[in-house]
Ligand binder design. Structure first.
Ligand code: HEC
Ligand code: HEC
Length: 334
């Protein structure tokens, strides 16, 4: 009686172990395939884009429909903003001063406020809607943001207390420092309209300056120093992220896949304490070289039918070369 119960239990445990393993693989392989094709996620919907697309331009483009004046805004400013910015926007403690400072910009002690420094009134709306009150960003309604903006502009003597700010009037408010900014004429700054598409006339050249001046850690220098900078072990390490769920490069550290320590020159299926090799791997009689690793890793099942490595392969040749470089260098057993 006791014995058979025990046996039953053992069988049950075995069965549930196999089921778990099966489920884990079932979950793992589509996940890996998805990662591999980089088709993660889904296209953003128009509504989602609208939620993010809240920037406002100097000419008022992007302003939402709404309204508010300084009288509307006073109570709320005192409630929600004054603890940091002062009741009259004069600043409290070390928090930013939002009003005053006019005519101070070219002194030794410039006071840069929304009123004295900012070139466009619309930026105040954009900034407040995006970021204030500090700690409760994006909690204000559009009307409230208009009213807060109005209160700050009013505190700077730029508008009357009953002047209504809305999507049409805000951009009309002229800021004192509107023309206080000069073009950046340093020689390395492109002049004219900024380029917005197809801006590169030729492929950028990677100069590897950090390596020349020897600030890159030693082991990487040896790999990439070879002026054939086309192959890059550093990038290979990033490619290895796809493998790291199952493989470690540390000696004796087997995960779902065997440790890849000292890989090149080692017999395939030869990690002594790894018990999950497929028959195909154990019987392959291969010694890993960069060449056969290239073939195996580009399409494991095709190169070695029957391998139990649940991985579709690295299809991008450049990525594969970088990966092989990384594997050769980082897994050499010394
Ligand atoms: C808890 C403190 C706090 C509260 C409350 C707060 N702010 Fe601020 N505010 C800050 C800090 C800190 C900054 C600077 C943030 C930075 O530079 O990243 C700032 C910056 C600003 C600026 C830009 C100032 C500049 O010259 O760069 C504006 C405008 C502003 N806040 C408006 C408001 C308004 C309107 C409210 C109320 C709805 C509000 N803040 C509530 C702390 C606060
Ligand atoms: C989902 C887990 C998984 C992923 C991801 C994976 N492997 Fe494997 N790998 C295995 C398993 C399991 C084996 C054993 C295969 C066999 O015995 O047929 C294996 C075997 C290998 C072997 C043979 C090792 C030996 O001891 O002979 C190499 C080399 C290898 N993998 C490299 C990689 C590289 C490089 C990547 C990433 C590009 C990768 N693997 C991705 C699970 C994985």
């Amino acid at each position: 009686m006791f014995v058979s119960d025990n046996l039953k239990f053992e069988i049950q445990t075995k069965i549930s172990f196999v089921v778990c393993l099966f489920l884990a693989l079932l979950l793992l392989s589509p996940m890996l395939q998805a990662v591999e094709k980089l088709k993660l996620g889904q296209p953003a919907t128009a509504k989602e884009i609208k939620g993010w697309d809240i920037d406002i331009r100097p000419d008022g483009k992007g302003l939402p429909v709404g309204r508010g004046n300084a009288i509307d805004g006073e109570d709320m400013f005192i409630q929600k903003c004054a603890s940091c910015h002062g009741e009259f926007a004069e600043g409290a403690g070390r928090y930013p001063v939002l009003a005053g400072g006019l005519d101070s910009l070219d002194t030794h002690d410039p006071v840069k406020t929304v009123g004295s420094y900012w070139p466009y009134a619309t930026t105040a709306f954009d900034y407040i809607r995006r970021a204030m009150p500090f700690g409760h960003a994006q909690s204000l309604s559009d009307d409230e943001v208009y009213a807060m903006t109005a209160y700050i502009l009013y505190s700077n003597d730029l508008i009357e207390e009953n002047f209504e700010l809305n999507q049409n009037t805000l951009a009309l408010v002229e800021m004192p420092n509107r023309n206080g900014f000069i073009k950046d004429d340093r020689p390395d700054v492109p002049m004219g309209e900024p380029c917005m598409k197809n801006c590169l006339s030729k492929k950028p050249v990677v100069i590897g300056k950090a390596r020349q001046i020897n600030v890159t850690p030693d082991e990487e220098v040896s790999s990439a120093d070879a002026s054939s900078s086309a192959v890059d072990a550093g990038r290979g390490e990033a490619v290895f992220a796809q493998c790291a769920a199952c493989h470690s490069i540390d000696e004796g550290d087997n995960k779902f896949g065997p440790s890849l320590h000292a890989l090149v020159g080692k017999k395939a299926g030869g990690v002594a304490n790894f018990s999950n090799y497929s028959v195909a791997m154990r019987a392959s009689n291969l010694v890993w070289s960069k060449d056969n690793l290239r073939e195996f890793l580009s399409s494991p099942q095709q190169f070695m039918p029957g391998t139990s490595m649940p991985f579709g392969g690295v299809k991008d040749q450049a990525e594969l070369n970088d990966l092989l470089e990384y594997l050769e260098i980082s897994t050499t057993g010394n």
